[in-house]
Design a protein around this ligand. Structure first.
Ligand code: DON
Length: 552
């Protein structure tokens, strides 16, 4: 089958009269979903609920996201159809240096970008929530942050999953007494049902509720963060916190088989990579391909998009990212020209550039309110429990997002991702992300989706979009078994149930090196609103502990 360049642009936009028959929230934690629904019931809109869900996740999923980290909040406002990405990504401290994680011989020092004060970027979540409240929400922060403050004070119960995540990072959590005092029990893994109480965090959130942005980036919270970082030989300065800004960015938009995909621009690599992959797939009649051929094609498209990610993607405020070119269907046609349906292309034969599967850390949630406002947000502190360091007296667990920079060209990070110049460390720069909260609009529906999963986020969202375009129910977008290719290492990863033995043989015969993942990946939270009858359905990934609710 030949690649056919399809340049159908189907203009599409929701009309203001269209309204869903129910509101919905899908998030990775039941307490966060329930608190968000309460805020909607109190008259808050989707943006108010997004503040509440983000804040409760920070409290009850400390290994996933938090005020010591950042994220991307993709918004669609029904009243004027404004679509915007709130970029609350962490930044490199102003004293950061390109080679700060290398030793004298130019080798990466293991752990330096992962653990402790040097691993932490300047947090963005507080700025994002203050901005959401000021410009998009209807309720004061004192109302929307109240559930998180209460749960921080009263505590939440340790689950089996909490124990797994804490066990994974136990040695780092034990290293910092202020962290161990909150997240461990007598310095060891807490028992099931033990309550995690976060009194300092509650006070930090109260200062944010009272004074907004300045209640976090100046005053007591700021001073305590700086003092703690200094004590642990980090490099943050007051100017880092004073200068941190939330940035509103124009989303990336492209069409795919009659659907408009609205997704995230740099500093996420997700939107550009999704555009590349879907533009390639658009040239094939996917429904005429056999299962092995279809998965082979997906893997080949993924491989090419991740190669480009490694070369071109970085913070577009610092480096020139050729977004137009990379998202152009003609560019995808060029990439597709080297795809053979009977044979894998070894990654080593693609033009050169100068892990660990992502589990349930990092967090995504999706929200739809009855007005039709939409939020897709993916939040992170990077690795489980981030850098492991709690800034003393604030309860803030600081991220280790600095590891998302390319510490050295070609040297893989924690997710096995390689990068080059575009994603090199520079003062004030945002590190490249894979987080890809996404909206898909068409004449018959709206999809709101996203997931954690490190380097696998983009391909997981991709498979969610494909399931939606195939008219499969939202429960299948989140549950279906997944595959993943990221250029290097040159392997086709798959969840065990994703491939049967016939398909496996057929992929191996094409030259793919298959690797079954022993652990599942991703934790997708998704909502579907069907325009024709207004019906709303929501689903939470069965791999996680999440909860999806509608109010009807
Ligand atoms: O921004 C990124 O791409 C990573 N820091 C996300 C990390 C993640 O998803 C961890 N996973 N489960």
């Amino acid at each position: 089958m030949r690649f056919v360049l399809l340049l159908l642009f189907i203009p599409f936009s929701l009309t203001a009269q269209e309204r869903p028959t129910a509101a919905a929230i899908a998030s990775a934690q039941p307490l966060a979903t329930e608190a968000g629904m309460t805020i909607l019931a109190k008259g808050g809109n989707a943006f108010d609920a997004a503040i509440t869900v983000s804040a409760v996740l920070a409290v009850v999923e400390p290994y996933g996201s938090g005020f010591g980290g950042g994220g991307f909040w993709l918004l669609h406002r029904a009243s004027d159809k404004r679509q915007v990405m709130l970029d609350g990504r962490e930044t490199a401290p102003l004293a950061a240096q390109r080679d700060m994680y290398l030793d004298d011989t130019g080798e990466v020092v293991p752990g330096l970008s992962m653990n402790g004060a040097l691993a932490a970027g300047i947090p963005g979540q507080a700025a994002a929530l203050a901005h959401l409240a000021e410009h998009y929400g209807q309720l004061p922060l004192s109302t929307t942050l109240a559930p998180a403050i209460r749960i921080a004070r009263e505590g939440f119960e340790v689950s089996e999953y909490y124990r797994t995540m804490a066990g994974f990072r136990l040695e780092v959590l034990q290293r910092f007494p202020e962290t161990a005092a909150i997240f461990l029990q007598d310095g060891e893994l807490p028992s099931l049902g033990h309550r995690i109480i976060q009194t300092d965090l509650a006070a930090t959130l109260e200062r944010l509720a009272r004074a907004g942005h300045a209640g976090f980036y100046a005053g007591e919270t700021a001073q305590r963060m700086l003092a703690s970082i200094e004590r642990h030989r980090g490099i943050w300065q007051q100017a880092d916190l004073e200068q941190y800004r939330l940035i509103e960015r124009e989303p990336i938009r492209f069409s795919y088989r009659g659907h408009q995909v609205i997704t995230v621009p740099p500093p996420s690599s997700g939107g550009v990579a999704l555009a590349t992959i879907l533009n390639i797939l658009q040239g094939y009649q996917l429904d005429e391909l056999g299962e092995a051929e279809r998965l082979h094609l997906l893997a080949e498209a993924m491989r090419r998009a991740y190669r480009d990610r490694a070369e071109y993607l970085g913070d577009s405020d610092f480096v020139e990212v050729p977004i137009q070119r990379l998202t152009d269907p003609y560019y995808a046609a060029g990439l597709a020209a080297s795809i053979r349906l009977d044979q894998a292309t070894p990654s080593s034969t693609l033009p050169g550039i100068g892990g660990e599967p992502g589990g349930l850390h990092t967090s995504h949630f999706s929200i739809l309110d009855r007005e039709g406002n939409q939020v897709a947000a993916t939040l992170s502190i990077n690795y489980p429990f981030g850098s492991g360091l709690v800034a003393e007296g604030t309860g803030l667990l600081l991220n280790n997002e600095m590891d998302d920079f390319s510490a050295k060209p070609g040297s893989p990070n924690a997710y096995g991702l390689v990068g080059a110049e575009a994603n090199a460390i520079a003062p004030g720069k945002r590190m490249l992300s894979s987080m890809s909260p996404t909206l898909v609009h068409s004449n018959d529906g709206v999809a709101i989706l996203g997931t954690p999963g490190g380097s696998r986020i983009i391909t997981t969202v991709l498979q969610g979009i494909l399931a939606h375009v195939d008219n499969r129910p939202v429960s299948e977008w989140v549950a279906q078994p997944r595959i993943h290719h990221q250029y290097l290492p040159d392997k086709l990863y798959h969840e065990p149930e994703a491939l049967d033995s016939v398909v496996k043989k057929s992929l191996e015969a094409r030259g793919h090196q298959l690797e079954a993942s022993t652990r599942p990946w991703g934790n997708m939270q998704a909502i579907h609103w069907r325009i024709s009858d207004g019906r709303v359905s929501a689903a939470s990934d069965p791999r996680g502990e999440g909860l999806a609710l509608t109010d009807k």
